[in-house]
Design a protein around this ligand. Structure first.
Ligand SMILES: [Zn+2]
Ligand SMILES: [Zn+2]
Length: 387
């Protein structure tokens, strides 16, 4: 009877609730062979397919392990209770949370709200968090932007993250969830921590997304610091992207990440250029051009396009903070004096943070970094992450 009642409650709540749910693959890059859930606040119900298995609350521990048959073994407090498929962990109240500890391999414990699915995917476990979009965004903003920022900045991040979630909701469709928890999608390393300023930023922008002039979801690229000039997408990904072109940004030029220096042994530098691009390291004129390479404005190629050496290749090969650097010689080293951190396309985070200090609001900040964008308040009931 209890089981029937729970199923009816769940069925009804999924139709009456206004919440929009998103499915996030947790620990998505890991091959998990054992995971433990421990309720921290409130109780949760365990189902296998539609069968009710148990109700657990603190200090109960529930562990899942994949079987080679494709099923999942469930033990509670060290005792095997069930072997089944399609496990769901449903929290009694939406704001309850539990700790998830991946035991094999050993990973740091994380805390999450919402419900969960545990799948056996080719002999490994996949844990999926089924959570209200706005609650998810609060966790993402803290993971991506940290604490201690002004509310207008968190509103900017909320709109960017919401737009991203909607634009890429099918990114992991074949794995059974919308987005993963890593920077591949958006970092989501823990539940929201009830930070009032982040809560308010998300609720004040509830449902708001960014559209381009054609009504499509805007591409929400961002990076730590552009070094004073944003970058053409073409120079980063070899393709033009509607709505993005390079422009000067004076809001970020005196911040932490605005400058960097890296010394590289000339021997390593020359080997790379010669082996990969046939650069004439024996030619004194070319070598002089190399040591005097300057970028007062962003360039796409090293020295000049004639040599065919994209700056993005140099950045990748030498793990540089950006492609926005100039060169000089110091003994056996080439010295790169760089500006900015990240690919340089779209929103410059440190520039946006500084704009809030000068009193700009989220709308003005987004309009500066995403020219032509239109903010649109999506009626919550009209979109869904479900098929
Ligand atoms: Zn992803
Ligand atoms: Zn900038």
């Amino acid at each position: 009877m209890l089981r029937l009642l729970i199923i009816i409650v769940l069925f009804c709540s999924s139709f009456t609730s206004e919440a929009q749910l998103i499915r996030v693959g947790l620990f998505a890059s890991q091959k998990i062979s054992q995971v433990r859930f421990s309720p921290k606040v409130g109780s949760c119900f365990i189902f296998s397919d539609t069968s009710f298995i148990a109700k657990i609350s603190s200090p109960d521990l529930i562990e899942f392990s994949p079987e080679q048959t494709g099923k999942i073994e469930i033990s509670i407090n060290g005792k095997v209770l069930h072997v089944g498929n399609n496990i769901s962990v449903v929290q009694e109240k939406n704001e309850n949370h539990l700790d998830i500890k991946v035991l094999k391999p050993t990973l740091k414990t994380r805390s999450y709200e919402g419900d969960f699915f545990v799948l056996n995917t080719k002999g490994y476990l996949q844990v999926i968090n089924d959570i209200d979009l706005e609650q998810y965004l609060e966790g993402v903003i803290e993971s991506e932007a940290g604490t201690g920022q002004r509310i207008e900045y968190y509103k900017v991040q909320a709109i960017i993250s919401r737009t991203y979630a909607m634009k890429y909701k099918k990114k992991h469709e074949s794995s059974g969830f919308n987005l993963c928890d890593a920077t591949h999608c958006q970092a989501y390393l823990h539940k929201r921590n009830q930070s009032p300023v982040i809560d308010t930023a998300v609720s004040k922008t509830r449902g708001v997304i960014m559209l381009d002039k054609n009504g499509a979801l805007y591409s929400t690229f961002f990076h730590a610091n552009c070094g004073g000039q944003t970058c053409e997408p073409d120079a980063v990904w070899n393709q033009k992207i509607e709505g993005f072109s390079s422009f000067k940004d004076t809001f970020c030029i005196h911040t932490n990440q605005s400058k960097w220096v890296k010394k590289i042994p000339i021997k390593d530098w020359n080997t790379f250029l010669q082996d990969k691009y046939n650069f004439p390291v024996w030619d004194s004129i070319s070598v002089e051009q190399m040591f005097n390479f300057q970028q007062n404005e962003r360039k796409t190629f090293f020295i000049n396009p004639f040599f065919g050496i994209p700056l993005r290749d140099i950045r990748e090969a030498f793990k540089l903070k950006s492609t926005f650097f100039s060169c000089s010689k110091e003994g056996d080293f080439i010295v790169l004096s760089g500006r900015g951190f990240g690919h340089g396309v779209g929103l410059c985070q440190e520039g946006a943070m500084n704009m809030t200090k000068y009193g700009y609001d989220y709308n003005q900040i987004l309009a500066f970094y995403f020219p032509g964008m239109i903010l649109y308040e999506q009626p919550i009931a009209s979109f869904s992450f479900r098929k």
